[in-house]
Design a protein around this ligand. Structure first.
Ligand SMILES: Cc1cc2nc3c(=O)[nH]c(=O)nc-3n(C[C@H](O)[C@H](O)[C@H](O)COP(=O)(O)O)c2cc1C
Length: 202
């Protein structure tokens, strides 16, 4: 069975993005194994000279490396991804490269009407950086607006149209993961390029 990581894109203890990933984990249980991963224990990125990665980050990196793909669900703060998500991605691109060529599906939930659309665009741009270089599923967005009202008491997504859209996009993502496995001829080179890349080289 396809093994996916569901990365909660916030360190908030009350998160509708976490609820969305938990719903996906339950709803797609017969199609994929989704392990939900938190970024709450990650210290603030401080670019240590020895490139020592915190144990909490290394554990996440190893899980991403071993997974077939990653779903990242992001809130939106001031038209961007939360600082805690940005922080996690900085660590996950600092001397370690678990995202290189990794299929990624982006989802997002926000309290407003736009459902994290700007944060999702921001996240796409970040994931395309030379030391992340993920394979982001193209032309797809799952935007959960008014996310405080989106779930019932059992934490199920209530709107049938939203569920149908999520079903379609998730089926696409599983196909995307399969196709990406075949587009692996340059993978070793991509890893090497990420390893050799330096922002300090002249
Ligand atoms: C400082 C701050 C800025 C915010 N900016 C936005 C925003 O630009 N767009 C938006 O849709 N919601 C915005 N919100 C509302 C968030 O969508 C909401 O607080 C929440 O983080 C949604 O995700 P969560 O339930 O996973 O925490 C903002 C909230 C805070 C606290």
């Amino acid at each position: 069975m396809t093994k996916l990581i569901g990365l909660v894109g916030t360190n908030s203890t009350q998160s509708t993005n976490r609820t969305l990933l938990e719903f996906m984990q339950k709803h797609f249980v017969n199609q994929a194994e989704i392990e939900i991963i938190e970024i709450t224990d990650i210290p603030m990125f401080n670019k240590p000279e020895n490139k020592q990665i915190p144990a909490s980050v290394q554990i996440i990196a190893d899980k991403i490396e071993a997974a077939d793909g990653v779903i990242i669900s992001t809130p939106e703060y001031d038209h961007a991804v939360p600082a805690s998500l940005m922080n996690a991605l900085s660590w996950l691109s600092y001397g370690i490269y678990p995202f290189v060529d990794k299929p990624v599906m982006i989802t997002g939930a926000s309290y407003g009407t736009l459902g994290s659309s700007r944060a999702q665009m921001h996240l796409r741009q970040i994931l395309d950086a030379p030391e992340l270089k993920a394979r982001i599923m193209p032309s797809s967005e799952f935007l959960l607006s008014h996310s405080l009202q989106a779930f019932d008491l059992e934490k199920n997504l209530v709107d049938a149209e939203q569920v149908a859209k999520l079903d379609g996009l998730f089926a696409d993502f599983l196909t995307f993961v399969t196709i990406m496995k075949q587009l692996n001829h340059a993978h070793a080179l991509h890893k090497k390029e990420a390893e050799n890349f330096s922002w300090e080289a002249l």
